[in-house]
Design a protein around this ligand. Sequence first.
Ligand code: NAP
Length: 174
Amino acid sequence: MNGHKIHITCINGSSIDGRITDVHRHFHQWSSQEDQKFLKSEIKKADCIIVGYITYKRSVNLLKNKRTIVFNRRNIKYLGNNIYFIKPNRKTLFKILHSTQSRKALVIGGMNTYSWFIKQNIVDKWYITIEPYFFGTGLPLLKIKEFKPKNARLESVKRINNKGTLLLKYSINK
Ligand SMILES: NC(=O)c1ccc[n+]([C@@H]2O[C@H](COP(=O)([O-])OP(=O)(O)OC[C@H]3O[C@@H](n4cnc5c(N)ncnc54)[C@H](OP(=O)(O)O)[C@@H]3O)[C@@H](O)[C@H]2O)c1
C-alpha cells in the first residue's frame, strides 16, 4: 500500500467460554464498567473506527463525532459527516484510511467483522477483556469457513477490577 503506515487493532470483550454476546445478539450490559471505560478510551485514541452494520446500529451513541467506516453489503445511503458505508473490501478500506490520514484504526466488531479482518491478515494488535462470566451459548468471537491457524504473542495481561476481569493485549503474527 502507498502512503503512511496504518496500524489496525481489534478490540472485544469475551466471556470465559469465548462468546461475545448471547445467542439473540442482545446488547445487555454483561461486560464490566472497567471494560467499557477501556473501550471508550481506545475509541478516543483511534483515528478511525471500523464496525459491522449490526454493531454500528447499537453503538451510534458511542461513536458520535468519530470517523467511522461501517461494513455493509447493501447500499445504504450516506448518513452523516465522517461516516463511510462500504462493502468489506480491502482496496476501498485502505483508500479511505489513507485519504483521511488515519494511522490508528480500531475494529470494534462484531463477529463477522472481526472474522473478515483476521482472515485478511491485516490485524496488528488484538485487545481482549475476559469477563468472569459464562454464556453457555451465543456468538463466538470468530466464525470463518476456511482459516490458516495463526499465532499471536501475549504482550501484557492485567487484572482491571476486583471481580477479576482480565485485559489481554496481543500482537498478531502477519
Ligand atoms: N463483546 C464484544 O466486544 C462485542 C463487540 C461488538 C459486537 N458484539 C456483538 O456482536 C453482535 C454482532 O455481530 P455480527 O457478526 O452479527 O454483526 P457485525 O459484524 O456487527 O455486522 C455484520 C454486518 O456487517 C456487514 N458485514 C460485516 N462483516 C462482513 C463480512 N465479512 N462480509 C459481509 N458483510 C459483512 C454485513 O452487513 P449486511 O448484511 O447489511 O451486508 C453484516 O450483516 C452483536 O450482538 C453485538 O452485541 C460484541
